[in-house]
Every structure is written in C-alpha cells, then in structure tokens.
Design a protein around this ligand. Structure first.
Ligand code: T1G
Length: 700
C-alpha cells in the first residue's frame, strides 16, 4: 500500500502531496504523514517553503467519517494542524475540487491558500450534527471576520473560490497548472520575505466586535435562523464567540471537547447515517460492477403539465437539451409559458441571472405529437395517472423512439411492469418517480421493473444524479415506498381527528417533531379534491375530507380546506367551521371524542410508517432500511437530525415501537397496526434496522 502522503523537492520548494482516494479524507495515516513531512521539510535547511497539494479529483474533503465513533488514533487532526501552523517557513495550500471540514482546517493551518477557479471551500460539519473540531471555529473568523465566518459554519455550504478570494480566505486564484501556480506563489513569498500569515495569530478582523461584544448576539441570531435550538448550531455560536475573549490555545481545546460531546448525540448519529445512506441508496446489490450507463445527450418529456414542465426544467438545468411534447399547440404554449414564469420568478428572487434563464430556456424545445421523441435517448412520460393512457403512449413510443432509448414513466403509483409489457422492449422501461414540484424536490424514486435491464437502471441512476436529484432504487408495488408509507400516516391522521384531535393538533405535533408541515396542511397544499375524486371513483368515503371537498373546500387553491387561507397567504388558520364538520363526523360514526396527547399523535402517525417500511423490506421493495430513510428525508421533509423513519425506530428502540403498535392494534382492531413480522423478529432478537442492513450487505 503506497504511502498516502509523500514529499518531493521542486528546487528549494518542498511539495507535500496527499493521495488517499476517493476524496483524500484525513484517515490516521494521512494525519501522521502530514505531521511527519511538514516537520521534515521545516527542518531541512535546503527547503525555503512548502506547498501542500492533493492527488485525484479533490483537495482533502474532511476527516474520515468512517472513523467516527471508533477509538481516536494519534495524531489528532489538531496536533497535525498545530505542527503545520508552527512551521517556520512559508506554507501554501493548493486547493482544487473541494476543501471541506478538516480539509479546510488543514489549509487554514497553512500561511496561504491558492485555489483553482472552480474550487469550493467549506465547513459542512453542521450537516453532520457537528461543529468544526480542528480549529475551524477559531481560525476562520480570525481570517475573514465573524460576520462572514458564522454563515459559512452555520450553513455548512461551501463558498466558491472567487468568493473566498474576495473574503480573504484564498490569496490567489491560479489559472492553469495549480501546483506550478502554488510553487510560484511560494517562491514569491520567499523572495518578498513576507511575514508568515498565521490565522491563529490574526486579530485585526475581530477588533470591532471585541470592542462591542453585544453585537455578536445579533450577528449570531441572524446566522442561526430557523436552526435556533438545535445542538450543533448553538454549539457553533458558542465556539465562535470564544474568538472574542478566550486565548486561541484554550479555545481550540474547548472546541475539541464540544465536538466530542456532539459526536455522541442522536442528532449527529442521525445526520451521519443520512450522509452514508444517501450514497448507499444507488448501489444495486445484484448489479454487475461493470454495468455502464447508456449515453443520454437528449431527453424528451411527454406531458407539459406541472410535473412534465418541472421535469423538463431539471434536464435544462443540467445542460441537457430536452423536448417538451404535448398534444395540442395550446397545451404546449401553456406548458412552456409556465416554465418561463418559473425561471423568471427565480431570477427575480436573485436565484439566477437573466443570462442563465435564457440559456436554460434555449435548451427546452416544444413540440406537438409523440414523433418529436424520435431522437431522444431518454423519454419521460408525465401524463395523467391513467393506465390505459400510459399504455397507449408507451405502445406508440416503442415504435417511434430509437433502439436503446430509455422509456421512463413518472407514475406515482401504477404498475411499471404492466406499462413495460405494453412495449416490445420491457428491458428499456423504468419508473422515474419525481416529486412535485419536480424542479425543486430532490427525491427521485427509480422504479425497477421485473424486466428492466441493468444498464437501463444504471442510466436512470446516473441521469438522476446529473439532474441533481437524490435517486433511490425501489421495486414495483402500489405507491412504491414513499407514498405507500404516507398512506399509512394519512389513515391514522384521519382517525385521530375522528377520535378527538383537531387538524391543528395533529399538524402541530408533526411540525414539533421536525416536519416542515403536518398531514392536513399538506392535504390543503396538494388539494383535497385529488383524494376525493379517487375515493369517489372507488366508492369509498372519508367523512371529513369528502364533506370539505363537497363544500368546495379544496385547500389552498380555494382559500379554504382543513384551514382558512387569507388572500396571498399560505399560513393555515384553524376554522371553527371545520371543527363542526369534524364533530358531526365523529357523531355520525358514533365515536365518543377524547383528548389525544402529542405522544399518541406521533406514535400513531410515525410508527405505522415504520411498520409499513418493515413490510416493504420483507417484500424486497426497498433493498435496505437506509433507502427508506433517504426517501423520507428527501421526499417528505423528515427532519435530518432524526435520520429517517427506520433510523428513528432504532433510536427509540424496536421493542418499544413493536409494543406500541400492538397496543394500538388491540385498541382499534386495525390489523394493519399489528407489528410486521420483520419488526417482531428484530425486536425479539434485540436487533436494529442498522444490524439488518449489515446482514443484507453481507448476504449480497
Ligand atoms: N469520510 C469518509 N468517506 C467519505 C467522505 C469523508 N469525509 N466524504 C466522502 N466519502 C466517500 C463517500 O461515502 C463515497 O464513498 C465516496 O467518498 C465518494 O463520495 C475535524 C470532523 C467530498 C463533496 O462532510 O460532501 O472534517 O460510496 O459519492 O458526489 O472538523 O463526498 O464511493 O464508497 O459523495 O463527488 C467534513 C463529505 C467531515 C464532506 C464529494 N467533510 N463529503 O462528492 O462523491 S467532518 C464532509 C462530501 C470533519 C473536522 C470534521 C462529498 C464530496 P463510496 P461522494 P461526490
């Protein structure tokens, strides 16, 4: 195994290179190598300056997250960076790709930083429920000031090289060969005998706030925003404040302790789980490793409605030419107009430039008739949820499109196998289930048909990532994974309001749990009439929802649904009218209403979802528990610091979930609440969904 850190001489400049694929994470051997070679170069009289570079696609992307939770191995990152900071000669970090977390902290231990123009620099620890643990909260504010440093630390989002140059985080942007540019920069620093710029010793950018410490709280409150109260953001605010009045050496000790405290919290464990689960979710266990994605240079979308338009925008945003196909000029014109409005609204909000809008619109071509799909490498059908119509369209696409084109359906519930069998090439058919609004929501459920070819599946995954989605591979069943679990929550939420809760109580408990909105506010957003029409067609009835729909209360689109919405506002306002409808419904069903606790609301809405997730795993519709978590994190706003429904079940304990489900099943006679076999087994064996994931990984 070659050394992950090496040193070579370019004349009087020592060039230290990290080479630890895939992202140069700071595993123990890298930390030890850095410490050893910086000391060696510092002690070498023939070395006048040191350049730090990284091999591969990126500068150091952070500590090795896989080491978290294991016994720490010396040297710590702090020790390695302190030794770098103490070098007596100019040190220059040459940054390409992403310098993130501990990677940026290593670069902050150098005197200077030069970067390629498309490099990004950030401290994403907050996204893992942590804070920078190797000096980031103390060096970054000293280098660029607290007002610029706090948003970087609290958002966890990277800044571009050009922004970093403006802020003083980067000293030069290098065009062309980065290492050569870094060496030239080092030589210039030696020639000019520049005093060594040590972030740990810089104070001038802190002077103003030190003179007026009260101003810190205002800056912090603005930067924390909606994350107020969450452990890691509040810890970061506390740590950065130490730059005002705690000596650097003491402050980095405190920072390390605070980092270690956070490392063992449920929140951080959940967020680290989410990080890896997202990356696992596209690993298809039985897919041959050498499967190659087909090339997709042009796409076509069938249907210019809300979904089709949003999907077309995803391709244009990724620079892929796309043809939006409708049945009439009028429908097409409406569809294209909606897309233009969406882009213009984003531009008005400063989300993109006018030039960007023009560029993206130029990639979207409108056409009438399926013939226009003939040159597409991938076609995504996004028409009404009506099987007959979909089969007719796929039958025609089969004849029109070129050999090897991927034929995808955006169906949210229908049987992808049945659609595939309406063509002569089921191996090219796949489900690509986008979530509304398709140009915003990150989740993409990739529905694998029985006959979907491996390379068709890989193409959907690769394209899904290219259009900035989070793909998760699922199997065919009604509602796939997300909506199938959502249905379970909806049934219980409807029951809860009949038994005694009001919509605002169910939604309140749900948002307090961490969701952005509750089931009833979501119903008003999606439109109560959608479910009403489906139930009517099936001869089913939901007493409350259908009474509301029959009164024309469809939700936000009619200004009234479960809640009232004032003109131009999306804020749900409880309505005594609705309370009366609910009380009447309870009476009509002979249900004696009772007060229902928040605890019961959460157990009765979340645990049935977990139970359905267990059934989904039993049936092989999802390949691993983490896939279900990713679906709920990216498709339904599950709070990331709770890790997803299956990870949350492990956190509260499967025995507890099982027992509460059995309790509610007994009390209601609702068999769907009886614990799933898999849940029973894991609970009885004292296991977790995480241990099941390991079992599944070993078995594959
Ligand atoms: N540790 C271990 N493995 C990592 C890793 C990391 N930091 N980052 C990525 N990987 C793995 C990932 O699981 C995947 O593995 C492969 O690398 C490619 O990743 C002390 C304590 C760098 C922007 O949070 O944001 O430093 O699936 O698919 O899309 O204060 O990876 O191939 O087996 O994501 O090109 C802070 C996390 C850590 C950065 C590249 N750093 N990584 O994206 O590839 S905490 C982070 C990313 C810290 C210090 C604290 C992205 C990326 P596999 P990928 P990508």
């Amino acid at each position: 195994m070659s050394e992950p850190v090496t040193l070579r001489r370019e004349g009087a400049i020592a060039v230290i290179t990290v080479n630890n694929p895939p992202v140069n994470a700071l595993k123990q051997a890298v930390r030890a190598g850095l410490q050893k070679l910086f000391k060696e170069a510092d002690a070498d009289a023939n070395v006048q300056a040191i350049v730090l570079t990284c091999a591969g696609r990126t500068f150091i992307a952070g500590a090795d997250i896989t080491e978290f939770g294991k016994p720490p191995m010396a040297p710590s990152l702090i020790e390695a960076i302190t030794d770098i900071d103490n070098v007596s000669k100019p040190t220059v970090a040459a940054i390409h790709g992403t310098a993130l977390g501990g990677g940026l902290e290593v670069a902050l231990g150098c005197n200077y930083r030069v970067a390629s123009k498309d490099a990004k620099l950030g401290l994403p620890e907050i996204k893992l429920g942590l804070i920078p643990g190797a000096g980031g909260t103390q060096r970054l504010p000293r280098l660029i000031g607290i007002e610029k440093a706090l948003p970087v630390i609290l958002s966890g989002n990277p800044v571009s090289a050009s922004q970093a140059l403006k802020d003083g985080l980067v000293d030069e942007i290098v065009e062309g060969d980065l290492t050569a540019g870094a060496i030239a920069f080092a030589k210039k620093a030696v020639a000019e005998k520049k005093p060594l710029k040590r972030a740990s010793k810089m104070d001038e950018k802190l002077a103003a706030i030190r003179a007026n410490p009260d101003s810190y709280n205002e800056i912090a409150a603005k930067a924390v925003g909606r994350n107020k109260g969450l452990k890691a953001p509040m810890a970061a605010v506390e740590a950065v404040k130490w730059t005002l009045d705690v000596p650097f050496e003491e402050a980095i000790k405190r920072e390390r302790n605070k980092f270690i405290e956070l490392l063992v919290t449920d929140e951080s464990k959940s967020q680290r789980h989410a990080f890896f689960a997202e990356r696992e979710a596209t690993k298809v266990l039985d897919m041959p490793a050498d499967t190659k994605a087909r090339e997709v240079k042009r796409a076509a979308v069938i249907g210019g409605g809300t979904m089709g338009g949003g999907i077309a925008m995803c391709f244009a945003n990724a620079g892929i030419p796309v043809t939006l196909i409708e049945t009439t000029d009028e429908f097409l014109k409406n569809g294209l107009a909606k897309i233009k409005t969406n882009y213009e609204n984003t531009a008005k909000r400063g989300g993109m430039s006018e030039a960007d809008v023009e560029k993206r619109l130029s990639l979207i071509e409108g056409a009438v008739g399926l013939e226009a799909a003939k040159d597409a490498d991938m076609v995504i059908e996004a028409v009404f949820e009506e099987m007959g119509l979909k089969k007719e369209i796929f039958g025609k696409l089969d004849a029109i499109t070129k050999k090897g084109a991927i034929l995808a359906t955006n169906t949210s519930t229908l049987d992808v196998n049945e659609i595939a069998n309406s063509t002569s090439r089921p191996q090219d058919v796949i489900g690509m289930h986008f979530f509304s609004p398709a140009n915003i929501m990150k989740l993409l459920e990739i529905v694998r048909g029985e006959k979907s070819a491996f390379d068709a599946l890989q193409t959907a995954i690769t394209v899904g990532r290219k259009i900035a989605k989070v793909p998760v591979v699922v199997g065919v069943c009604y509602g796939f994974v997300g909506n199938r679990m959502l249905h379970r929550r909806g049934v219980q939420a409807d029951r809860l309001v009949l038994e005694g809760a009001l919509p605002q109580e169910v939604d309140g408990a749900t948002t307090e749990f961490g969701f952005p909105m509750g089931p009833f506010a979501m119903g008003d957003l999606a439109g109560i009439d959608v479910g009403w029409r489906i139930r009517r067609a099936r001869g089913e009835r939901n007493e409350v929802a259908d009474t509301l729909a029959e009164a024309g209360r469809f939700g936000q689109k009619t200004g009234k649904g479960y809640y009232i919405y004032e003109k131009g506002s999306r804020t749900p306002i409880p309505d005594p009218e609705v309370e009366k409808i609910i009380l009447d419904a309870s009476a009509k069903k002979g249900i004696a209403r009772r007060p229902i606790s928040k605890q019961e609301i959460i157990e009765r809405t979340v645990y049935p979802m977990i139970n359905e997730g267990a059934r989904i795993l039993e049936e092989g519709i999802a390949s691993r528990p983490g896939d279900i978590d990713v679906i709920w994190l990216y498709g339904y706003g599950w709070p990331v610091w709770r890790g997803g429904p299956m990870h949350y079940a492990d956190t509260v304990g499967l025995k507890h979930v099982r027992d509460r489900l059995a309790h509610y099943a007994k009390g209601s006679g609702d068999k769907t609440l009886e614990p799933a076999k898999l849940l029973e087994r894991l609970a009885n064996e004292g296991k977790t969904f995480a241990s099941l994931a390991n079992e599944m990984k070993k078995a594959s």
